[in-house]
Design a protein around this ligand. Structure first.
Ligand SMILES: [Zn+2]
Length: 73
């Protein structure tokens, strides 16, 4: 019997990669919290919603605020 030059689908198909959800969820929650904190500092850390005194956080994130389209001045 002659062998085919192209391997069959069963021979070349890699095994599926298992994604352990229980290990991924804590990192996804951490990334979401850090993202929300970052969005807060860029978008809402000014005026009445300011947590820190002075304008240093506002000035530090000022370019990002304009880049993301948050209202500023
Ligand atoms: Zn501005």
């Amino acid at each position: 019997m002659a062998q085919s030059a192209v391997p069959s689908a069963q021979q070349s198909r890699p095994a599926p990669v298992r994604v352990p959800v229980r290990e991924v969820v804590p990192w996804a929650v951490l990334a979401a919290v850090l993202g929300l904190v970052l969005i807060y500092f860029v978008g809402a850390e000014q005026g009445a919603t300011s947590l820190f005194g002075g304008d240093w956080v506002h000035e530090f994130t000022h370019d990002g605020r304009h880049l993301l389209g948050f209202p500023c001045h």
